[in-house]
Design a binder for this molecule. Sequence first.
Ligand code: PLP
Length: 381
Amino acid sequence: MIKSKLPHVGTTIFTQMSALASQCEAINLSQGFPDFDAPLALREALGAHAMAGHNQYAPMAGVLALREQIAAHVAARRAVECHPESEITVVPGATEGIFCAVMACVHPGDEVIIFDPCYDCYQPSIELAGGRAVHIPLNALDFSIDWQQVEDATNPRTRLIIINSPHNPSGSTLSSHDLLKLEQLAEKYDLLVISDEVYEHLVYDDQQHHSVLQLEGLRQRSFAMFSFGKTFSVTGWKTGYCIAPPALSAELRKVHQFVSFVAVTPVQMALADFMRDDPGYPATLADFYQGKRDLFCALLEDSRFSLKPSQGTYFQLLDYSAISTVRDAQLCEDWTRQYGVAAIPISVFYQEAPEDLHYLRFCFAKSDALLKQAAEILCRI
Ligand SMILES: Cc1ncc(COP(=O)(O)O)c(C=O)c1O
């Protein structure tokens, strides 16, 4: 019989909750994807490239026209130069990029610091690389990082830190001060960094998104991960990119070429066209999603949930402690069946969830009509 390399891993909560939502015909605010379509020009470009015969393998590191658009985008947005050929790798989704980056730099016995609650793909990648994930809890109130705790957990075996801002599931963001602290620690202990920035454009209330690309010390030791799925509402296209200095990119590509080899050709070409023709599109996202966040939060004003508006991502946490003492996973299942609204329990994002955890995660990347329908139900609970 096969001996599992990931004995603790089952089907992801996203798949489970989406399946339950569909079985119960519930409103699905669990999995993180928009229920509206991607820009028409982008979809048309994909069709055009497929019809024009651009259907064979792309270059291993990505279609050059797309990598050039990415470089132009980063230069315009962050005044940071990255070389399309040696520093940008197009990957079939940030998940694949993160997996390849972990595989490229974690050796058996290495320790990797991750923060709980934590997006679910980090830990299995670390385990498959033979590393050990060291979980540090985020502050229970505002999901911020206690950098002293990080330093205390660092030792000669520590190889890598994985950060995620804006943060799934909490919606918190890292400040420029946080990144400075990270830079100091990474330089002091010679650590590598994976910075999961897939929600970089979804940052609210006039905040700026702070990227590891903007601090020279971090830039030199980081893999910065991005996802077109989140930015252009095409999660099903599974395409993203990694920006890392040449030596790190070279190691990432050694793994990438044997995991997937390439990302999908006509998708990359369509993305390159769209970025060239509508470079201002990503900057429209913050207002668009902030409108949805504000609508969802306002609609819940008279509910028994309490909430702090999300600072980023398209997720809103609702605190149900005034309603129930049932554990979140059970409650999500019960409410999907009983009330017909599906959410994600955030305990699944912890190695050891605190007993008194009482948050559910709702995705607000949905039509206003659906958000209204969901909020009406939530106000009755
Ligand atoms: C924090 C975070 N990182 C990475 C991903 C994966 O992105 P992709 O679909 O591009 O693999 C997601 C998707 O939900 C995410 O929320």
